[in-house]
Ligand binder design. Structure first.
Ligand SMILES: [Cu+2]
Length: 73
């Protein structure tokens, strides 16, 4: 399948510090198809560049939730 890299910005209101940043970025970076993962602590958002044909939004959200953060729909 043709690669389709998109940038997703996901709001995670429970992000509040560098620990959150490192645990979420550390969980997302190794996922297949993820080119970059960046947490903005002030904005409480996660920005992920990912090939959606490999790893979709649901998988990204699940990885964030596995770190203990709720992701509002
Ligand atoms: Cu924190």
């Amino acid at each position: 399948m043709e690669a389709r890299v998109t940038t997703m910005t996901i709001s995670v209101p429970e992000i509040h510090c560098d620990h959150c940043k490192h645990s979420i970025e550390g969980a997302l970076a190794p996922l297949p198809g993820v080119a970059s993962a960046r947490v903005d602590v002030d904005a409480r958002t996660v920005t992920v560049e990912v090939d959606e044909t490999i790893t979709g939004r649901q998988r990204v959200v699940a990885a964030i939730e596995e770190q203990g953060y709720k992701v509002p729909a």
